[in-house]
Design a protein around this ligand. Structure first.
Ligand code: FAD
Length: 456
């Protein structure tokens, strides 16, 4: 009997997890990835001969689904937790900002406002009912409860940095999800927030998924953009078109951004225009991430929120202040990150010019910064790196995994609501998709994933 053929479009953590779970399940798996490497937004690259992520990544202790997978892959001893250190750059100064107590010590706002800022965060950390935050924007909620001054100085710059022109549309349930994720990641032994990082970076996870998938005989194709997907009613197969031609599969899993999925399946629009309206209505921002290795250490913090009006980037961080310099031959690894709309000048600006401009901003923040100490750098412009969770998202934009195109499932981070995107949920949903695909193909063995879902 010929094996059923499954195509997974996108070789990020979602697609790789599904492929990993489908290996050895009696199905023929093909991963089709548009980029030149696996890992998607969590992909790695070599900086000064050390493998790091293109975009800064870490895990929380609360990331239960990915932690189960880490155990299953035998990577437990390659994932270490480190004490985080967070600061806010405001008024030409760095302020520690690790929790309510630091908020209370944050002098740029008055004492009463600081208490209010701390109390609102503490209250949010304890609130379990996110439904009550669905119909109010984060900006409105914070102005109302944390106060105008607190919002102007602390929250609004972060919302603007993270969401650019959409900053005043993001629902409070998004912020609630972010705060909840962090609160339980505190480790009394480390004395603060604990963040997890793999020896060898997230590439360790990507490789641990990729190797068994390859060994099982799966076909992994890089640099191959999927252009079109359609169901063939005559044979009950899915036709998948790339620049190399059209192929037939029994099932297809799309892990690509929603509007890209809409374009691919356009010929099915008339079958369920509401589904397509939702797909097309989800806004995304691109991410620009600048990474550099330097002989110089010029800050003591890991994370720096940049709370400056019209800041050129929202975050600056030192990976080595989190995980140490030893593994990088004594070098310091830094990241600068910005989220921008697709039409923003950063997306077309010359990379060298953009990086030099950002070094100038780093010099303004850290007068001791010496650009001549940099030994390697790179910049990555990532399309559709963050979706916008606006008011009414759950009712108007949240999509079922089954698409109007028969045989085709969609699974991307815009379906994770109310939690934010992250590798933890990519793993959770990748596992679920593997089970669903097997069940749809009538394979009752499924992939033993109930264990991961039982974590819910
Ligand atoms: C700056 C930044 C920082 C982050 N930090 C963290 C963090 O600290 N911790 C954490 O857990 N998560 C973090 N994330 C989020 C995390 O990277 C994502 O949630 C996760 O990697 C999503 O995986 P995915 O497979 O669902 O999607 P993606 O990684 O987006 O994978 C989708 C894949 O589809 C491919 N594709 C798109 N179109 C086509 C096409 N037409 N044909 C073929 N292939 C196509 C893409 O090339 C991509 O590889 C961060 C993300 C960013 C941008």
């Amino acid at each position: 009997m010929t094996q059923k053929r499954i195509a997974i479009v996108g070789g990020g953590i979602t697609g790789l997890t599904t492929a990993y779970k489908l290996r050895d399940q009696g199905v023929d798996v093909t991963i089709i990835e548009g980029g030149d490497r696996l890992g998607g937004l969590a992909a790695g690259f070599d900086l000064a001969n050390h493998r790091v992520e293109q975009a800064y990544h870490f895990l929380y202790k609360t990331d239960e689904y990915i932690l189960k997978l880490v155990d299953e892959l035998g990577l437990g001893d390659q994932l270490q937790y480190y004490k985080s250190s967070v600061s806010t750059y405001y008024d030409d100064k760095l302020w520690p900002m690790e929790g309510p107590v630091d908020l209370i010590k944050f002098k740029p706002i008055g004492f009463f406002d600081r208490i209010r800022a701390g109390v609102t965060v503490l209250w949010l950390q304890r609130e379990k009912n996110w439904k009550k935050f669905e119909n109010i924007t984060a900006l409105e909620w914070l102005r109302k409860y944390a106060g105008r001054r607190v919002c102007d100085v602390i929250w609004e710059p972060l919302l603007r940095g993270k969401f650019d022109k959409y900053y005043d549309r993001v629902t409070m349930s998004w912020l609630w999800g972010r705060i909840l994720q962090r609160v339980d990641s505190r480790d009394p032994q480390l004395g603060g927030e604990a963040l997890g990082y793999f020896d060898g970076g997230f590439n360790t996870l990507v490789k641990a998924l990729e190797d068994p998938v390859r060994e099982s005989g799966a076909d992994i194709r890089l640099n191959t953009m999927v252009q079109k997907i359609a169901h063939d009613d005559a044979t009950d197969e899915v036709l998948l078109t790339t620049e190399n031609g059209t192929e037939r599969f029994d099932k297809v899993l799309l892990t690509v951004p929603s509007h890209i999925a809409a374009k691919m399946m356009e010929s099915h629009k008339a079958e369920d225009s509401t589904y397509f309206d939702k797909l097309e209505s989800i806004d995304y921002l691109d991410a620009v991430v600048h990474v550099f290795a330097s002989k110089q250490k010029f800050t003591k913090y890991y994370w720096h929120n940049v709370n400056v009006p019209n800041a050129p980037f929202v975050v600056f961080l030192s990976l080595t202040n989190l995980v140490g310099q030893e593994r990088f031959d004594g070098l310091n690894i830094y990241y600068i990150g910005a989220y921008v709309p697709a039409e923003h000048k950063y997306m077309t600006q010359d990379n060298r010019e953009l990086m030099d401009g950002w070094y100038g901003q780093i010099k303004d923040m850290f007068p001791d910064f010496d650009q001549s100490q940099i030994v390697d750098d790179n910049i990555f412009k990532m399309k559709n790196a963050q979706h916008i969770v606006d008011i009414g998202f759950a009712d108007n934009k949240l999509l079922d995994h089954q698409t109007p195109c028969k045989g085709v499932l969609l699974c991307n981070f815009a379906q994770i609501y109310p939690m934010d995107r992250g590798t933890n949920y990519a793993v959770r949903d990748g596992v679920r998709m593997a089970d669903r695909l097997l069940q749809e193909l009538g394979n009752q063995t499924a992939s033993g994933n109930q264990q991961i879902d039982a974590a819910e």
